[in-house]
Design a protein around this ligand. Structure first.
Ligand SMILES: Cc1cc2nc3c(=O)[nH]c(=O)nc-3n(C[C@H](O)[C@H](O)[C@H](O)COP(=O)(O)OP(=O)(O)OC[C@H]3O[C@@H](n4cnc5c(N)ncnc54)[C@H](O)[C@@H]3O)c2cc1C
Length: 261
């Protein structure tokens, strides 16, 4: 089969300093607002959130040569140094992450690079390795363990590799039910692509709407059907991983199959 693309329908930009689609934001019900101080005692009102354009960030630490090297891999339009992109990729969605986003000064990656294919990811890692730039892979951005913090360590700069352009159903074996999905495919996209073939992924963490196949695998995610279907790691039969020194393939066959072998 030809690769089937994701619909992109659920790629509504998440609220930059919160959770979910800002057009559907809801107030806490009055009853909950009344109950909370009774349960928790008097709560100091948090600082008002800052607007995205009021956030102050450092200039990008990348050199013109660094930027050109990434541009030569993914195209100039997919190397984003804008303040908005850098702020939107400054971390995950844990409570500390969200509280940090209320500050006027924020630590952000030096650029956001958006590869569209496995070979581009590999080439970006090669460039980063050669030029001493740290890389943070970024799927749906829903991490709650600080895994997306833009730490540059001993490197002179840090880029976020936003993988959401790698989307779609790459291959499907309808007999065994084994599907190959691109790393940046979100939960809803995967379900919609598979349902066209009468199949389902059946992995439903609470972050389903935004989280991606690559993020599920990297974080060994579990969801509300995991008691029956197993955690994500038990659903994975193989992974192709781009590394700075080449490609690593692990696993190749479904753990179980129907019919004669
Ligand atoms: C409201 C909310 C509810 C949540 N509910 C659940 C839940 O029910 N169950 C659960 O398990 N988790 C849950 N989480 C945590 C999080 O959603 C999961 O860990 C999810 O699997 C992360 O996927 P992501 O695509 O958003 O990855 P990201 O958050 O973007 O990245 C997570 C980690 O994976 C790495 N990564 C991402 N993509 C790739 C890739 N393609 N290749 C290599 N590395 C990659 C990142 O560098 C990072 O280290 C929740 C989070 C929130 C905010």
């Amino acid at each position: 089969m030809e690769q089937e693309s994701g619909s992109g329908a659920d790629h509504v930009a998440m609220r930059w300093n919160g959770w979910g689609d800002p057009r559907k934001a809801k107030e806490l019900p009055r009853a909950v607002r009344t109950l909370l101080p009774l349960l928790l005692g008097r709560i100091r009102r948090p600082e008002e959130p800052v607007s995205l354009d009021a956030v102050r960030i450092d200039d990008s630490a990348l050199t013109a040569e660094d930027l050109d090297a990434f541009r030569s891999v993914v195209g100039a339009e997919h190397v984003d140094e804008s303040a908005e992109a850098r702020i939107r990729h400054a971390g995950g969605r844990s409570t500390p992450d969200l509280l940090r986003r209320r500050a006027r000064e924020q630590r952000v990656p030096d650029a956001v690079v958006r590869p569209a294919a496995h070979d581009e990811v590999r080439a970006c890692l090669e460039v980063a390795g050669e030029r001493g730039v740290a890389v943070i892979p970024f799927g749906g951005g829903t991490s709650v363990v600080g895994a997306l913090d833009p730490d540059r360590g001993t490197h002179h700069g840090v880029v976020t590799l936003d993988l959401r352009r790698l989307t779609g159903l790459v291959r499907l074996d309808e007999l065994s039910g084994e599907a190959v999905l691109a790393a940046g495919t979100t939960g809803p996209e995967a379900e919609s692509l598979l349902s066209a073939h009468g199949l389902e992924l059946g992995h439903f963490p609470q972050s389903f709407r935004y989280a991606t196949i690559g993020g599920f695998a990297a974080a060994r995610s579990s969801g509300q059907n995991s008691a029956g279907n197993g955690r994500f790691e038990t659903m994975v039969t193989g992974i192709r991983v781009a590394t700075p020194t080449g490609t690593s393939n692990s696993g190749a066959h479904p753990a179980r199959r129907r019919g004669p072998t």
